[in-house]
Write a protein that binds this ligand. Structure first.
Ligand code: GNR
Ligand code: NI
Length: 170
């Protein structure tokens, strides 16, 4: 069960647009398993395939405290979003150490496919609604820091690049 490498902002590969999944085979199941292992190891509440340099519309989410409620969303679509919004302090495994407020619809209804290619719909609010929208942004090549002011985003970018340089020097 190999852990996958998570791309770090501002890696340009985080801005690639994910393509729909069309083949529901053993390779897809293995990718889901490896993404779940990577999510739980991090640990995080959600992981989009884009973050592990696989540009397919696949997301794994587990908002439980006990890491035993994995939800898989393939080719997800937002069917409905509330006009009511909520400000939530978001973080991202691709931007470690950064947390900032993002305003999004508070409630959503989503249609997606499961690991077997079967369609399902869910209504979500709270952290699950935030997380689904955050992960779907990743599939569109968008990282949450792009909602912040250019000033904040540039500071985050500079800090991430500096840490990356220090990492390389050991
Ligand atoms: O682990 C994560 N926590 C989180 C907290 C608030 C809002 C969104 C998230 S998603 C994030 C994992 C991640 O980067 N997913 O793409
Ligand atoms: Ni993220």
């Amino acid at each position: 069960m190999p852990l996958l490498n998570i791309l770090l902002y501002p890696d340009p590969r985080l801005h690639k647009i994910a393509k729909p999944v069309t083949v529901f085979d053993a390779r897809l199941k293995k990718l889901i398993k490896d993404m779940a292992d990577t999510l739980y190891d991090a640990p995080g509440v959600g992981l989009a395939a884009s973050q592990v340099d696989v540009h397919e519309q696949l997301v794994v989410i587990d908002t439980s405290d006990t890491q035993d409620d994995l939800q898989v969303f393939i080719n997800p679509e937002i069917l409905w979003a509330s006009s009511e919004t909520k400000l939530y302090d978001e973080g991202c495994l691709s931007v470690p150490g950064v947390y900032d407020g993002v305003e999004r619809p508070a409630q959503i209804k989503v249609r997606a496919l499961d690991a077997d290619g079967k369609a399902f719909e869910v209504s979500a609010d709270g952290l699950l609604a935030v997380c689904i929208q955050h992960e779907m942004d990743h599939l569109k090549g968008k990282v949450f820091v792009e909602y912040l002011s250019p000033l904040k985003r540039n500071r985050i970018k500079a800090r991430m690049l500096k840490e990356e340089r220090q990492q390389r020097r050991g």
